[in-house]
Design a protein around this ligand. Sequence first.
Ligand SMILES: Nc1ncnc2c1ncn2[C@@H]1O[C@H](COP(=O)(O)OP(=O)(O)OP(=O)(O)O)[C@@H](O)[C@H]1O
Ligand SMILES: [Mg+2]
Length: 255
Amino acid sequence: MITVSVVSLKGGVGKTSVVLGLAGAAQAAGLRVLVVDLDPQANTSMILESDLSDFTMNDVLADGGRGVIADAIQESGWGAGVDIVPSELSLERRNTDTGERLEHRLARAMEGVRGYDLVLFDSPPALNSLAINGLAASDRALVVTEPTVFSIVGAQKALDAVDVVRRNYNPRLRPAGIVINKARRSAEHEFRIEEIRQSYADLVWLPAIPDRSVTFQAQGAFVPVQRWRSAAAEELRVVFADFLERLLSMAPRRR
Ligand SMILES: Nc1ncnc2c1ncn2[C@@H]1O[C@H](COP(=O)(O)OP(=O)(O)OP(=O)(O)O)[C@@H](O)[C@H]1O
Ligand SMILES: [Mg+2]
């Protein structure tokens, strides 16, 4: 099992879409994946059609007990293989809790979770307590960025945050890589992709994920892009299958 936080400090770059793309790839490969929604916007929870009346991420962190996340796991609307721990707006309040070891609440709640090949944390677009809880409970952090003038600065800030969490809360945390999302065939995008590749070398996962409207079409239809039939969906399927393989190859050997 490998546990991965998908992060960016900037909003709207595609964290949720990358989480959903990887979860769909894992399901298509016959693997078991747990998606944990750490964003009070609850976009992932909505697309995975979770039942928000249940015990949510907010209750898990408010409780903070060992292994308590087990009570919040639901099978998602995508069916067998994809489980979800849903978020809700009130999760935002957990950012202002006070007390000791607040950064370790999620790691403690995750104790004893077994039987998944992959656990994905979808983070909010900020380095707040929720995102730090995700990183403190992860083996790897996957940074998402777009091919714009802000991409290098944004990626660097996210990598710095990963470093801070590694030093302070979770020595096993490592960056998995940087994925570049929403790439179009334009000189500007190609220039930016080359620029970020020059700066971060092997940490950059190529190819960049192409900008394809099937991404939001599939999300709007509450199905994984892997079940969509079009040339663009096939392109995304190939990219996410490759990215999944890279992540799984980083799984720690435990016990
Ligand atoms: N490769 C892509 N091609 C086209 N549209 C995309 C792609 N990736 C993401 N999108 C769309 O861009 C919007 C933002 O993406 P997404 O919600 O995944 O970003 P996010 O980083 O999770 O945002 P937030 O910071 O608000 O959580 C969504 O409407 C999504 O469908
Ligand atoms: Mg999101």
